[in-house]
Design a protein around this ligand. Structure first.
Ligand code: C5P
Length: 193
């Protein structure tokens, strides 16, 4: 039976870092589901057609990490048909043997409600903006404003809004080093697995 680890949370909370490290630790496949929405946003044109025709090569574009791509992703992610078009690919990925780690906004609530481990990784928006500004070498105040706008849109949308699954373990990384956050995430996953 494949083992699925679902990691959700707001932008720049450390989900990606934790998801990659967990996948490496357990020898599981990893999918950053935000990339799917970023690619759909970056392709432009009709987002529903872009989502339906999404190919692995679309995920390799090098303009997907920018904050503009994040904003575009968050706009297309509110369209129900876009989300529906991406469900099957994510669910199939989640069944990879011996296991898979998926990170995003709705993994524990919609994509993999039966996941063995669910983590909701969060941090204060000030801390998240500081981390993302360092990573992108960008202005912290500008990033903070963008993060707030994106989180508000992601949490307020009608379909698959950003929220912790009722059975998710909350991991607030505001005051944790990367090493401590990873150690906790691995301990949680081991306790279940
Ligand atoms: O995680 P990342 O910042 O790359 O996600 C970009 C945007 O894609 C998010 O702000 C969100 O609107 C959307 N997203 C989503 N559901 C997911 C992953 C990402 O709606 N599972």
């Amino acid at each position: 039976m494949p083992f699925t680890i679902a990691i959700d949370g707001p932008a720049a909370a450390g989900k990606g870092t934790i998801a990659r490290a967990l996948a490496r630790h357990f020898g599981f496949a990893h999918l950053d589901t935000g990339l799917l929405y970023r690619a759909v946003g970056a392709i432009g044109g009709d987002p529903v057609a872009a989502a339906r025709g999404l190919s692995p090569a679309d995920l390799e574009r090098d303009d997907l990490r920018s904050s503009e791509a994040g904003q575009a992703a968050s706009r297309v992610a509110a369209i129900p048909e876009v989300r529906t078009a991406l469900v099957e690919f994510q669910r199939r990925f989640a069944r990879a043997e011996p296991g898979a780690v998926l990170d995003g906004r709705d993994i524990g609530t919609v994509i993999c409600p039966e996941a063995e481990v669910k983590l909701y990784v969060t941090a204060s928006d000030i801390v998240r903006a500081r981390r993302r500004a360092l990573e992108l070498a960008a202005d912290e105040a500008l990033i903070l404003a963008e993060l707030r706008e994106r989180d508000a849109r992601d949490a307020a949308r009608d379909v698959a809004p950003l929220r912790p699954a009722t059975d998710a373990i909350l991991l607030d990384t505001s005051d944790l080093s990367i090493e401590d956050a990873l150690a906790r995430a691995i301990d949680y996953a081991k306790a279940v697995g």
